[in-house]
Design a binder for this molecule. Structure first.
Ligand SMILES: NC(=O)c1ccc[n+]([C@@H]2O[C@H](COP(=O)([O-])OP(=O)(O)OC[C@H]3O[C@@H](n4cnc5c(N)ncnc54)[C@H](OP(=O)(O)O)[C@@H]3O)[C@@H](O)[C@H]2O)c1
Length: 239
């Protein structure tokens, strides 16, 4: 799990799971670069990590090709890229707001294509790309059809990308419910939903960003793992 002298770019690193992954990479010796659209959020996240000279931030919208090109130009010698960024539109199918659906598709699928295209040309030998899918692929909750669909597309994409971009390894993390800022925007009673889900899960608790950080470091450092979806979901898929 040693990332000493490795540069890890975490796109979505300003909050939630991405921040947990950045923390884990830093703890294992990496230099980290946090990417996201909101500069202040990135600055706050970096400050919370106390990364000193091993951390920096870059403002980037990963749905825009020019931004992704600029990202890889301004961060030379990238070893690992982890993508957690997403804008998730939960909405019933009969009431689809197509613009919102497109933003979700752009944030997961178009962004993945851009990162594979430009990262695939730039990463150092031994490098890897890790995307993020999620339990909605197997267990879509009501209103979760678009989110499930984009996650399912990532599940498929990583195998094609792992073949074509080799020796760069390409994998995906699939979280179950993780306590992050994402849930604060949903307008539901987070605490009671989490308590009910925790009771159902074999692990007896909801996930933390640090659970996903640990798994992401495994995917970055295990040189024999590629084209794989690593489920870190407390058993959610089968309850
Ligand atoms: N939390 C869960 O329970 C859960 C469960 C299953 C799967 N997941 C998956 O895990 C991933 C991370 O979720 P999270 O809970 O950590 O969410 P989060 O806290 O909302 O983090 C997402 C981050 O992505 C950034 N972002 C969004 N769009 C971007 C763009 N176009 N370009 C660059 N950065 C962008 C956001 O910052 P800005 O808005 O400032 O750009 C934000 O910091 C998502 O892919 C989600 O589908 C989460």
């Amino acid at each position: 799990m040693d990332l000493t002298n490795r540069t890890v770019v975490v796109l979505g690193g300003g909050s939630g799971i991405g921040l947990g992954i950045a923390r884990a990479a830093l703890a294992n010796g990496a230099r980290i670069v946090l990417g996201g659209r909101t500069r202040e959020k990135l600055d706050r996240a970096l400050e919370s990590l106390d990364a000193k000279e091993r951390g920096r931030c870059i403002s980037v919208d990963i749905t825009r090709e020019a931004d992704v090109v600029r990202l890889f130009e301004s961060v030379p010698d990238v070893d690992h890229v982890v993508v957690t960024a997403a804008v998730l539109a939960y909405q019933p199918i009969r009431e689809f707001d197509m613009e919102a659906a497109r933003r979700t598709i752009d944030s997961k699928i178009v962004a993945a294509l851009l990162i594979a295209k430009h990262g695939g040309a730039r990463l150092r030998p031994g490098g890897s790309i890790t995307f993020t899918t999620g339990v909605a692929t197997d267990r879509p909750s009501p209103g979760g059809a678009v989110v499930g669909a984009v996650n399912g597309a990532i599940d498929c994409f990583i195998r094609g990308a792992a073949s074509e971009l080799a020796p760069i390894r390409v994998n995906a993390l699939s979280p179950g419910w993780v306590d992050t800022e994402l849930w604060d925007t949903m307008g539901t009673d987070k605490a009671s939903r989490f308590a009910a889900m925790a009771q159902r899960l074999p692990t007896g608790r909801i996930g933390t960003p640090d659970d996903l950080g640990h798994a992401a470091v495994f995917l970055m450092t295990n040189g024999f793992t590629t084209g794989t979806v690593l489920h870190v979901d407390g058993g959610h898929r089968f309850v």
